[in-house]
Design a protein around this ligand. Sequence first.
Ligand code: ADP
Ligand code: ASP
Ligand code: MG
Length: 405
Amino acid sequence: MALIVQKYGGTSVGTVERIKNVAQRVKRTREAGHEVVVVVSAMAGETNRLVKLAYEVDPDPISREYDALIASGEQVSTALVALALNKMGVPARSFLAHQIEMRTDATRSKARIESVGGPILRAAIERGEVPVVAGFQGVDAEGSITTLGRGGSDTTGVALAAALNADVCEIYTDVDGIYTTDPNIVRAARKIERVSYEEMLELASLGAKVLQTRSVEFGMKYGVRIHVRSSFDESEGSWVVPEDETMEQVVVRAVAYDKNDARISVLGVPDQPGVAAKVFAVLSEAEIVVDMIIQNSSQDGTKTDLTFTVPKADVLTARRLMEPVAAALGAATIKTDNQISKVSVVGVGMRSHSGVAAKMFGVLSQAGVNIQMIATSEIKISVVIDEAYTELAVRVLHQAFGLDT
Ligand code: ADP
Ligand code: ASP
Ligand code: MG
């Protein structure tokens, strides 16, 4: 007998029919002798609808109410799944974040889990019930509703699996595993049987939205076995596991892309100590995550340009915060560009193989794709390019690194 956390994404609970399918699968898992805890996302499209409503009322919504609103989709799906289970004769009970003391910090829209309501869920399991927990939401010390960032139900699932010491966290989604790149844009993408936590962490943070980055962090920290699979069939999916020796043999494991960042350039800032510190301090105070940074070397030693990327959602705020700083520094202009994307190749094999960057740049140049920014780490290389070339870049890199079927 195992304890299994099953997390179902938006598509998997997108219609009444699919909700009944989810309940069937939970029932089968129980009949096989296992205990199940279910975590659900909002029905497909629902969170986007709620986000849009908020912006229609206020283009710069108060974060407390914004989170209260966008967390509400999960209340619907949780209750519907619990209803479907009970109807099938499986005792089940829905739980919202505050009902299980899913405690987070107060950083709205990207809150971090601080503690998880293990005891309440354990009691429900002992009563023979299936707890159906709302993903994505939390509650802060004041009792206000918070959310964990888009895709955050994955993190709810893995965090609960860690807290309950579950045998596995199954992530049910609309693809049957983790692929060498997004299978919805590259037909030649291949399913990966096993991927290391480290690689998955990079892939997730570089845009492969099949798992939220923090869910992988939790998995890695607490050793949760994560199995990503399809809710539409029984096939074996992909496992996220600790790295082993064979993994370094593959140089590039997968290609990821991310269209969610924008580029900001501050032109003509003085080339002096302390300037970058001033610019980035205001952004960090506002909890805006700066990703890539480039500072050009100045032509005549007096003025330079500072270019960096931030999430598109934060670009207006970033600009508003930067304007007084730039003015105080005597910087000429601030320019922003939303039409960019980041394309990355990832693999633990890069530690022991050289020439990956040269090959990547060569392949992109042959395809006529201009590179605007570059960032590297031990196991990844990322480039910023014109958004219009994203699919092309992903396809040619996927092929060049031998990932096509
Ligand atoms: P859910 O609603 O179930 O959480 P998501 O839309 O968040 O599903 O994540 C699944 C999607 O992730 C897939 O439909 C696919 O388009 C996308 N994706 C991006 N990169 C990958 C990858 N490397 N492997 C699998 N899916 C990926
Ligand atoms: N419903 C939330 C979202 O759309 C959380 C999730 O799907 O994981 O981002
Ligand atoms: Mg998701």
